[in-house]
Design a protein around this ligand. Structure first.
Ligand code: FMN
Length: 219
């Protein structure tokens, strides 16, 4: 009798175990169905490419060079530096711009006087000694009266960027970057001047995606 009970218990145990194994198999089967490989793998790849972004500069050693009076272009410059791993350097005017200098509603403000004179070349403070070390230059500025501020003309007059890749970027209230890009191409005919990035003044602190898309389009 004892043997019969033991046998029946063993059979019961066997069923219970195989039933459990079936459950867990089914669970993992469902999980696999709910997350097909096509869904999982691209998201892993996207993470991989995000991690690789610091190497996304268009080629060789890169520098982010920017002019910014009220911080908007600087915010974009820092985002580009963060995403590319490039160093950032600010172009400072020898004579800093005051609030009055930038008051473009006043016809006679310094910025307007400079923009009204196409030969104006406001001086840059100091000199960049090691510019030849860089292959790619991300060059940023605000848009003033539809184009780049004259201090950028000073920069392009003073430095020969032949053979370098130039990635222009700007911030503005609404104007595009095309006029500035044409001016840069004219000033640096032997540089490879790529499509520019324009970020709205109000989006400068929130430009991660715009910068990423621009960098990706210029790899
Ligand atoms: C003198 C001056 C002229 C400007 N002209 C324009 C313009 O033509 N079009 C435009 O969209 N924004 C214009 N702006 C707005 C700036 O492009 C915008 O505020 C920019 O984000 C400032 O950048 P920053 O903070 O890096 O100096 C002008 C600003 C100044 C001071």
């Amino acid at each position: 009798m004892k043997k019969m009970i033991a046998l029946m218990l063993s059979i019961l145990l066997l069923f219970t175990l195989s039933a459990c194994a079936g459950d867990s198999g089914q669970e993992s089967g469902n999980a696999a169905e709910n997350t097909p490989a096509e869904t999982v793998i691209p998201s892993l790849e996207a993470q991989g490419s995000a991690a690789a972004e610091p190497e996304a500069s268009v080629g060789g050693k890169a520098l982010v060079l920017y002019f910014s009076c009220t911080g908007n272009t600087e915010a974009v410059a820092k985002e580009i530096a963060a995403q590319t791993g490039a160093e950032a350097m600010e172009l400072l005017p020898e004579e800093p711009y005051t609030e009055d200098d930038l008051n473009y509603q006043d016809d006679n403000c310094r910025a307007n006087q400079e923009m009204n004179d196409e030969n104006a070349r406001p001086a840059i403070s100091g000199r960049i000694e090691n510019l030849s070390d860089y292959d790619t230059l991300y060059i940023g500025f605000p848009i003033w009266w539809g184009t780049m501020p004259r201090i950028m003309n000073t920069f392009f007059d003073e430095y020969d960027l032949s053979g370098k890749t130039v990635m222009p970027f700007c911030t503005s209230g609404g104007s595009g970057i095309d006029q500035a890009v044409s001016a840069i191409r004219e000033a640096e005919p032997d540089a490879e001047v790529r499509e520019g990035l324009r970020v709205g003044s109000g989006s400068a602190e929130n430009c991660t995606e715009a910068v990423a898309a621009w960098l990706e389009g210029n790899e």
